[in-house]
Design a protein around this ligand. Structure first.
Ligand SMILES: [Zn+2]
Length: 117
């Protein structure tokens, strides 16, 4: 459970004390991917190999799918409303959830790859 909380609070996967990102919070639209090189508390290096963060695409993708799927299903199943409204909703939801997708995706990815002390 503490690992899940550490993941959601964007904390270091090893010690759960240091911050993963320079700016705190999931909804940050500026400097959203700025990360320190290593944990300020335990010294764990965050980018453990070149290209490490490319793997976080696999953990970001389900977040955006879960966000957009209800709009897509509504557009397909509800005939009384113009589907353009749902596609507009998809676009707005994407813009709103974009930093969450990137930051939480990275947090999940690093928590999957680095074990806790
Ligand atoms: Zn740490």
């Amino acid at each position: 459970m503490s690992r899940l909380i550490s993941m959601l609070r964007l904390k270091c996967p090893k010690c759960s004390k240091g911050d993963l990102f320079v700016t705190k919070g999931l909804f940050r639209y500026s400097r959203m991917l700025d990360m320190p090189e290593k944990c300020s508390s335990c010294g764990q290096v965050y980018c453990i190999e070149p290209g490490f963060w490319l793997g976080s695409l696999w953990t970001s993708y389900p977040i955006i799918i879960l966000t957009e799927l209800p709009f897509l299903l509504c557009a397909l199943l509800i005939d009384s409303v113009n589907p353009a409204w749902f596609f507009g909703g998809m676009l707005i939801a994407f813009v709103l959830i974009y930093p969450v997708m990137l930051r939480l995706g990275r947090s999940i990815w690093i928590h999957l790859n680095i074990r806790k002390l």
